[in-house]
Design a protein around this ligand. Sequence first.
Ligand code: NAD
Length: 352
Amino acid sequence: MADKIKVALNGYGTIGKRVADAVMRQDDMTVVGIAKTKPDYEAYVASHKGYPIYAVDPAKAGPKFKAAGIEIAGSNLDMIKKADIVVDCAPEGIGEENKKIYEQLGKPAIFQGGEEHEVAGTSFNAAANYGEAIGKKFVRVVSCNTTGLCRLIYAIDKAFGVQKARVVLVRRGGDPNDAKRGPLNGIVPDPIQLPSHHGPDVQTVLPHINIETAAMKVPTTLMHMHFVNMSLKKRPSREEVLDVLRQWPRLWLIPSWYNIKFTGDAIEFGRELGRSRNDIMENAIWEESVTVDKEGEFNAFQAIHQESDVIPENIDCIRAMTGIEKDGMKSMAKTNKALGIGNFNPWKLAPP
Ligand code: NAD
């Protein structure tokens, strides 16, 4: 391939490090650098992977990197200048501040779901609205929960029409390395006001979907869990619904014989597959839970791996914004292949 798209990762934590590795697994893009505020074990691994490391505030961080024996290649501004596109993976709210830098340097940037929709003006899910991101300067890849909901709701809406979606989200209290959010013991209605913000967030991608959501946080780190109910415009059979879900590699129907009983088993399956960081980038939908009731309403449980489901969407967003692939289905197929997404669906009978 001729010129690969040069991608800079401004922020290299849970999401940034995964996006960096996913970029390196594509044949049409490459990482020009990663930026961090301080040295830590993630910087140590990044340096061993050969990623050029840039410091967010070199005057402050430079001596710390030096003391740690980690070489820095310059400031994050130097890194951004070298890039065709920036993927901002800084903590929630910092992306909005960073936008000024991208504007000054005239670089397109992808923001993550911790930022408000207005920061970018376009919110993205590869299946639902790839075309809207083509050629855009700023786009936000929606959060882990919203990504999981958009994938499922879009697939069902396209096939049968969604009259109304009602979702209960049970959210993980923090990521596995999120010491600052723990220790925890309790169930937190979050937010207490109903409906929760997740429904309006889905509407930033799928504005015509009538949706209500309620969310709770629980003391777990592995995955989120959603109960999704949708009244449909058509009256499909359960088999017709399953056939539709099987067409989307990012929707993984867990067969009952896999004996995956809870989120711990799903993550353990990621370990067994030898997936990088145990990542389950697909919506993990329990096939047994997929039902169409007497009123024609769809019901299902799905688990969402918060650390990784947005990663393929970031890759597709890079292709859309840079215009190197105008067909969303083609981009998704390329990303899925490079990341091994959907390759354990038993109906494909492919080895892991
Ligand atoms: P994180 O705390 O794990 O990583 C943040 C990284 O940004 C760190 O490397 C930190 O050093 C760096 N950073 C701090 N200040 C910076 C600055 N001014 N400029 C550049 N980099 C800076 O955070 P995360 O969990 O990866 O979240 C990043 C974004 O992704 C947030 O918007 C978050 O809401 C969103 N998101 C997170 C998850 C998740 O489950 N962790 C899922 C989906 C979306």
